[in-house]
Design a protein around this ligand. Sequence first.
Ligand SMILES: *Cc1c(COP(=O)(O)O)cnc(C)c1O
Length: 433
Amino acid sequence: MPVSSESQAGFLSRRHFFRWTGSLAAALGAAPLVSSAQSLSSATVSSDGEDYYDKLGVTKIINAAGTYTTLTAACMPPEVLVAVQKSALHPVRLRELQQKAGEYIARRLKCEGAVVTSGASGAISLATAACMQYANNIDILDMPQAIDGKKNQVIVQRAHRYEYDRAMYLCGARVTEVVTLDEYKRACAAGNAVMTNFFNAAEDEDGIAGSAQIGREEWLKVAHDYKIPCHLDAAADMPPISNLWKYTGMGFDLVAFSGGKGMRGPQNAGLLLGRKVLTDLAQENNNPGEGIGRGMKVAKEQIVGMVAAVDWVLAHTEESMQGDYQKRADLIASAMKGIPSVRTETVVPRIANHVPHLLIRFDPAVTGVTTAQVVAALRKGTPSIELNPNTGQKPNQGIPADANTLVVGVWMLQPGEDVIVGQRIRAALTKQA
Ligand SMILES: *Cc1c(COP(=O)(O)O)cnc(C)c1O
């Protein structure tokens, strides 16, 4: 096993980890259950457990892409996994767990209220449901069907429209699209808005509005003049770690984060943070009630896993987290040394996926291989490797790629995989693969 640049290399190996958690399960109180439940357990399962990917014939990949849901995004770190495993051993009262997890997360992330959701998309739905109720004084059962004649508009800048608008439509909400500040003020004054939605990554880091005309501060001020709550979608926007309290601190009433991206919680978890009056309403609409959140169930394992992920994030500093990612990028870059025409550089998108990405630029006339051939060779080999989808594409979301540029997303690599990715890209570019 090659030595990884990863600081996590010092953690338990996967095999040791499962052995350890196996004995942990016994120590935790599974033992008294064994006598009565023995008939349900199988003597043929090894202590490491069966590998169901192998059993199903599903290809395990190295994720050199990033936090993409289609690639199952983040893997939980050992500290989070062990918390999930422990939580699975005991039933609890769900509402008590939701309440105490919410209070703990709110305290740690410096906001009034928090809900563990099924993901950022689920958080947007629950935020909309909360704001619909807040504005209309309606029952949770009135959504989405009985909203006629009620306030139901969410105000959004045209440049902030996206596929997650559907998470709001789910509650019966409709979007009022605005471009100019005047249009925005008129939409707020119309009196039928329940909420505004701000897509955080659509705006530049220094407060410039990007292709939209209205920046965060002004957006908040106008809505709050009309007492309209503001939701901000920051799903992919940790790191920096401080973003977890920056936007609630600025005055956004509700903020959504994905749990299974940079936070490395369970992939089917997320956070809705903000003003307690609204997070309480969001919770009312959440499973196990009968509101729109009933189908967005978050089990005890994901709730505990998300709490542990918050602890995991806060156990890092910005420097330790980004330094780790930079080391991986440097190690892969060093594996490219001496390949004719190859140049490497690291870029960090300003908002969303704000981590070092390695760009490997080359001249196919010199290497004799094209981007498509490299991508295919990496996919076909064992283990199969997925590069970042910006590979071979035009500049996009802060990643200045082009047709002859490979993009390596390093932050979802598991310990030791940076070495493998470096070797395999080198082999592909030098036609050894
Ligand atoms: C990923 C993402 C979401 C959805 O997050 P999930 O946790 O997968 O539900 C929503 N909004 C933005 C901007 C995202 O990047």
